[in-house]
Ligand binder design. Structure first.
Ligand code: GCV
Length: 661
């Protein structure tokens, strides 16, 4: 059994009532998206019912046994209406993208539900842009990749093959409509992606993606005019630089029809940017946006900008403030085809962070949320960590920028400010491993991210259930066990790693495994500030003032140690070990207890999982068991290192007198 198809693995016969009557597809096939929709239906129905439906190339006349694709003017972009009546299934949409999404919705229904009778599902995607950001390098390596090598690049060449097709199918099936294929750290060969050297292949890939409703984007090297040896400056206000980009954009968009635009990491972690010329991010982004505008191109500009040369003795500089401080003053100065892409938290994808204060801060700028399904700080796809519950919390966060429609979800879906250039991006977790994501269950994050971006009302449990049923079928024990493991995995990971919002206690560079002081005396601005009396970073009005960057009442809540939620207490405050949390426990006892609890949770999870032997296919079962076994040991290492460190620092014993290693 191959696992290359992941959740599109239609190898089992379905028990879904009504599916076997779908023997025809009535469609007026006019483009590649429609052709692919027909192909998907044929593939899926053949796998699940044993019979391939026949394409009748006519528009629906309201009769016939099967699925009807119907163009219906006036519906929202990319939306679909899928319903069953008298044994006939209709998929209505005003564009072929909607037909494709309706097709996948039908296949999902057949794979995950008992019947299609009476089905009536109307859905327009919540987020305009539902994007994956791959951090793939052209030599084939992947920055923060935990599932093998790149399938987009091998030895500095762009690859388009069968795996690319499967990737596009998987992405489209969950509603992804935009993909950046190369790392935001654009160097060496990747700088040349916008040149004739690669544009032919880029076009091939863009065309393939277009057939699945996906727009191709590239990450851009801000200093390309210089690094390609054509100009001596990349000053955004220099006319020669502007002209250079205008010509480049004309070539790129001309060579690659339907090309989406660019993602840019500038003036961040050593990447070039407008600061070199004394210019602002708005100068840089707008210069590119002007050049891309005639082609409808987007410039997605990242806000991950901070000083990575900090002196740890400096208690005033606060990395958490930097995104806000760099961009807030520029609100309203960006062109309409610029989107600011903002990480979910102000630091860097820790297991727990507050929501980035630019959400709710910015009111006149297009915004996109950036999350990370590559598990850089959350167990690197060796530990199970289902991130959808975390993303839901972030999306639901109230910013108070308005009296209503003020959540992060409202902002990035365009509801709050009526924007259309907005959405959500995830740093992708895929590679060329057979199962795509290293840990088989990490595929739930890929699946779940797309589904959540399309439909923010879905719960994390619903998404988990769908993914399990799609991938492994609907056996009750399998469904129940895997849902339970997924749902407990983020809380467990948080418990046995970094307590109370503190983050960062990881091995430098790799970001895997515990090292409490790994970043404590370094230049990266990521400190826990533990001493013999307490720990945490004072970001209150007495400290760096970061807490006050939020709108009220959030600012007052975070600023006050008595009101700050426990799970973020050490992010915002330097607290004595003896401080009593809401739970009634002291900070130090909480640290000890949660680390023991986290390990116990993992033990229980692995025990439960072991009961699925024989119920899950052997390949995935064995691979997962191997990872769970490692997770079990590694969670102990986390527990012991963290507990021993804080026991020695504080000199306070565990009330329960457990043994520390
Ligand atoms: C792509 C963190 C990661 C880097 C990453 C960077 C970013 O610092 O560790 O690998 O670079 O974030 O988001 O740009």
């Amino acid at each position: 059994m191959s696992f290359e198809q992941a959740w599109l693995n239609y190898t089992e016969r379905t028990s879904c009532e009504g599916a076997d009557r779908l023997q025809n597809i009535y469609a007026d096939v006019q483009d590649e998206l429609m052709r692919n929709s027909v192909r998907e239906l044929q593939l899926g129905l053949e796998g699940m019912t044993g019979r391939q439906p026949v394409l009748r190339e006519i528009s629906c006349n309201g009769e016939g046994n099967g699925v009807h694709f119907v163009y219906q003017a006036g519906m929202r972009k990319e939306s679909y209406h899928l319903y069953e009546k008298d044994g006939m299934v209709t998929i209505e949409a005003s564009d072929s993208n909607g037909i494709l999404y309706g097709t996948f919705a039908l296949l999902r229904q057949i794979r995950t539900k008992d019947t299609i009778a009476g089905m009536d599902i109307a859905k327009a995607p919540d987020m305009p842009l539902r994007m994956l950001n791959h951090w793939d390098n052209m030599d084939g390596s992947i920055e923060r990749g935990y599932s093998g090598e790149s399938f987009f690049f091998v030895e500095n060449e762009v690859v388009v093959d069968d795996r690319t097709v499967t990737y596009a199918r998987l992405a489209a099936s969950v509603g992804i409509n935009a993909v950046v294929i190369n790392n935001v750290n654009v160097k060496d060969a990747a700088t040349w992606l916008i040149t004739e050297r690669y544009l032919g292949k880029v076009r091939e890939l863009a065309e393939l993606f277009a057939g699945y409703g996906i727009k191709l984007f590239l990450s851009l090297n801000y200093a390309a005019p210089v690094e390609l040896g054509e100009l001596e400056s990349a000053d955004p206000l220099d006319e020669r630089v502007k002209d250079w980009w205008k010509k480049r954009m004309e070539i790129v968009f001309g060579e690659v029809p339907g090309f989406g635009g660019f993602l840019i990491k500038a003036d961040s972690e050593g990447r070039p940017g407008p600061f070199t010329y004394g210019r602002t991010h708005a100068d840089g982004a707008n210069m590119l946006a002007e050049a891309a505008a005639p082609y409808g191109g987007l410039i997605i500009w990242r806000c991950f900008v901070y000083n990575c040369q900090q002196d740890w003795r400096d208690y005033k500089t606060d990395r958490a403030r930097s995104g806000y401080d760099n961009f807030m003053g520029l609100d309203g100065t960006f062109l309409d085809n610029v989107i600011l892409q903002i990480k979910n938290g102000p630091m860097d994808f820790q297991v727990r962070e507050p929501v980035h204060p630019l959400f709710g801060g910015l009111t006149k700028t297009n915004q996109m949320l950036e999350v990370q399904i590559a598990q850089e700080y959350t167990g690197q796809q060796r530990h199970l960590c289902y991130l959808i519950p975390m993303f839901q919390e972030i999306l639901k966060f109230r910013t108070y920028v308005k009296e209503e429609n003020d959540t992060v979800s409202d902002i990035v879906s365009g509801k709050t400010f009526g924007q259309h250039n907005c959405g959500i991006a995830a740093v992708a977790n895929t590679g060329n491993d057979e199962n795509w994501t290293g840990h088989d269950m990490a595929a739930a994050n890929f699946y779940g991210f797309g589904r959540l971006a399309f439909d923010t009302k879905l719960t994390a449990e619903e998404i988990a259930g769908e993914w399990i049923a799609m991938t492994y079928g609907r056996d009750g024990q399998v469904m129940e066990t895997l849902t339970d493991l997924l749902m407990r995995s983020w809380p467990a990971y948080e418990k046995y790693t970094c307590p109370l919002g503190i983050g960062w206690m990881v091995n430098p560079n790799f970001h895997y495994g515990p090292s409490v002081d790994g970043y404590e005396y370094s230049r990266w601005g990521t400190y826990h500030r533990a001493d013999h009396e307490g720990l945490g970073v004072d970001r209150s009005h007495d400290g760096t003032g970061y807490a006050l960057l939020y709108r009220e009442p959030n600012a007052s809540v975070y600023d006050d140690r008595n009101k700050c939620p426990d799970e973020l207490l050490l992010f915002f405050h330097h607290m004595p070990y003896t401080w009593k949390l809401r739970s009634g426990k002291t900070v130090i006892q909480h640290i000890y207890d949660t680390h023991f609890e986290g390990v116990e949770m993992v033990d229980e999870m692995v025990e439960r999982f072991s009961k699925l032997q024989g119920k899950l296919p052997a390949g995935p079962y064995d691979r997962m068991m191997e990872r769970f076994t490692h997770q079990k040991e590694h969670a102990r290492e986390w527990r012991d290192q963290i507990n021993a460190y804080f026991w020695r620092k504080s000199g306070i014993s565990d009330e329960k007198e457990r043994e520390f290693y």
